[in-house]
Design a protein around this ligand. Sequence first.
Ligand SMILES: [Zn+2]
Length: 238
Amino acid sequence: MPPLCLLLLLFACAPAPIPDRHAETRAACDLPAPFVRESSDPGALPPIDDLCVEHLVYDLNISDDVRRSAWAPWVFESLVQLLGRPAGALTEGVALRAPLIQILEDVEARGGGEDVGARLYNLTADRVRGVSLDDGALRVDTREGWRRLDAPPAAGAIDGPSGAGSWVHLAAHGLGPDHVPCPDDGREACDEDWDGALGAEVGALELWSRACDVEAEPGSCALLREARDRQMDWILTP
Ligand SMILES: [Zn+2]
């Protein structure tokens, strides 16, 4: 094969880099260290300033409609949680399995950061291509396709610390097998195994749970554990 073709082939096969958005956005958001945001009600938390919001909007391509909607506080709070939570180390366990570890090792190899929390954020920013409104529902476009979140924000899937896991779930669609019908109600919301979006979400919740300081954030730690256990129930292979 002529050298040029070989070069082109190498170029075509090299995985695309994942930009490290985390570093800049983390700095812009000026979050407390250690990270403490102890409430699932965005109204009860320190406000997220405009510069931080601008960075989050840029990273996930969030529409103006969303910023003006009732979804806004929930969207931005869950993203701040995703941005700021420490995630510790990738040690395999009951709730953190090989597929998510592989995904996050791939993120690191593609330049998406060394810190595990940063990798979760950069994975999400890389895979989510847009967040907009669709007839009152939240529409999240990803590299895989798009999903609607219909639940009203206050009772929805993206509240507080557990909402950070929802972003990882959405980002992981398409990296593994799609959902399958759940045995009890037939909704396409279960995963056959740990290599789907639920395994990624549960693994992320487990990482944040392990790193959560129960003295400083008893409520957030409990929410993370509850969300982890609840979502784990939808994975059909224990
Ligand atoms: Zn899903």
